[in-house]
Design a protein around this ligand. Structure first.
Ligand code: FAD
Length: 469
């Protein structure tokens, strides 16, 4: 009886425990992707990016003599239908740890088992399963540094090669063409602008890792904070769709570290930030939707995302260069540099006194590397409401930050066109990427700040004082 291999965010052949286990049974394997309720709810950019990944993975499977069966509908119903059609006796998948996926997967597991089927989940999305990292007292970690110390010497599981052969069934069930699902519909004209910045699929992800190891990792420690330099790996896009395993990235960086590459340890630490985010989201699922610290529930920030200053933030027209450059980078490339994310998030939550969930939701629409754990943790970290968060009173001054991390103005010049005699082509692309209804033109006058930096800072500190500290 065949095995259904249900793929979700593990679109790769190498280092894939569920795929490896399915192949080892010696039974025919039917890879399946389901456009289900969780996929339906994705934001515009991540949904589009996942769809591209699915199409590319279908090609990779075809190259390996297999197929990707694509279906649309509630996950359990689709899997049951496929079981009926194929006579499959088991469904294997890689675990996910966000509340939405867990709720779905728990229901699917119960439903399949109730029907007498084997339903088995595997690791692969993380280096370490969240429940395997525990404090001395047996709890989970709420602070990054001890978490790092607890895992830095651990070896992730041994790598798994791509299967030599992927045996399929004699008769394949029918498949939708995922290109017909319109997963990019909500991206509008932005899709054509962002597409050249993507690296879709396992081969592209491995090439990115290779380039980073040969060119970037040595200087990563010094250069990673400078948004104009292409100093980071850009692997978040691929990790989010599982086109490369975190174990593959970790082992490669570990190897570079052992070989003495400067920057390798800093990079390993960033990978562990990803783990930490998932550790937190697993143990405290409310991190995705509520203040991690309930003491923030009464904080007077606005949840109204139609306010003019919030619209200006979304449009990259706050009049604050670092914030606007950051937002525009996101519309043109689908990602944003980490320091720029911190500055854009800080400005929204502090200078504009806006609930972090407004920004979290907007990033969820716009980022091709959207990751429910890293996004929630990042926003709560900046806002001050999260575990191990930056204290609220530490308010980034975006102008000082720009002078420090963009000393020659390259980042601002790359992304801001207004008032420049010969704007950078990327700065002009932004006007083609954003919705037409925003009616923006490079000939507009660059806006005055929606709130003065000193005024915004004072207002944020006053709100903090009223909250009682
Ligand atoms: P590199 O610097 O090359 O780092 C390597 C990998 O380490 C990354 O690919 C990522 O997987 C991980 N990593 C690095 N920094 C962090 C971090 N601070 N937190 C968690 N993991 C990290 N990251 C996402 O992947 N998706 C998101 O939706 C996301 N939203 C964010 C929102 C805010 C407000 C903030 C402050 C940060 C957010 N991050 C998010 C984290 C970080 O900005 C990105 O992971 C990073 O910019 C990706 O670029 P890179 O792949 O070149 O990273």
């Amino acid at each position: 009886r065949p095995i259904l291999l249900w793929l979700r965010r593990d679109l790769r052949l190498t280092d894939h425990p569920a795929l490896d286990a399915a192949c080892r049974t010696g039974r025919p394997v039917i890879p399946v992707f389901i456009h289900d309720e969780v996929v339906e709810r994705l934001g515009a950019a991540p949904k589009w990016r996942l769809g591209l990944g699915v199409e590319r993975f279908a090609q990779a499977l075809a190259g390996a003599g297999s197929r990707l069966i694509c279906r649309r509908g509630p996950a359990l119903a689709v899997l049951r239908a496929l079981v009926a059609e194929t006579g499959a006796g088991a469904v294997f998948w890689s675990r996910l740890y966000d509340p939405d996926s867990r709720a779905r997967d728990t229901g699917v597991k119960a439903g399949l088992r109730a029907a007498g089927l084997t339903a088995q989940s595997f690791p692969g999305h993380l280096l370490f399963e969240p429940w395997t990292v525990a404090t001395g007292a047996g709890g989970f970690y709420k602070v990054y540094s001890p978490f790092w110390r607890a895992v830095k010497q651990r070896d992730p599981p041994a790598p798994l090669p791509a299967p030599a052969a992927l045996a399929g069934p004699h008769v394949w069930p029918r498949s939708d063409d995922p290109a017909d699902w319109g997963m990019g519909a909500a991206m509008g004209r932005g899709a054509a602008i962002v597409a050249p910045h993507l690296a879709v699929g396992e081969a592209a992800a491995r090439a990115r890792l290779h380039d980073f190891l040969s060119e970037g990792i040595a200087g990563y420690g010094e250069a990673r904070d400078f948004p104009a330099r292409a100093a980071t790996s850009r692997l978040s896009e691929n990790l989010s769709c599982g086109e490369i395993s975190p174990g593959t990235v970790w082992r490669a960086a570990r190897h570079a570290f052992d070989a003495g590459a400067a920057g390798a340890e800093t990079f390993l630490k960033q990978l562990i930030w990803r783990e930490f985010a998932w550790h937190l989201l697993y143990h405290t699922p409310h991190m995705a939707t509520r203040n991690w610290r309930a003491g923030w529930d009464g904080f007077p920030w606005s949840q109204e995302d139609g306010r003019p200053e919030v619209i200006a933030w979304k449009q990259g027209r706050t009049g604050v260069a670092f914030v606007d450059a950051a937002m525009r980078q996101m519309y043109v490339t689908g990602t944003m540099h980490n320091r720029a994310r911190m500055i854009a998030a800080s400005y929204l939550t502090k200078h504009l006194l806006t609930d972090w969930r407004v920004g979290q939701a907007w990033f969820e629409q716009c980022l091709v590397d959207w990751d429910p754990a890293a996004n929630a943790m990042g926003w709560q970290w900046v806002a001050g409401s999260g575990p191990d968060a930056a204290p609220y009173f530490r308010i980034f001054n975006p102008d000082t930050q720009l002078r420090k991390f963009d000393p020659d103005g390259t980042y601002a010049d790359t992304w801001l066109a207004e008032g420049r005699r010969t704007p950078h082509p990327s700065a002009l692309r932004y006007f083609d990427a954003v919705p037409r209804r925003w009616a923006l033109s490079p000939h507009d006058i660059y806006p005055a700040p929606v709130v003065g930096l000193a005024e915004g800072r004072a207002r944020a500190l006053a709100a903090l004082a009223n909250r009682g500290g």
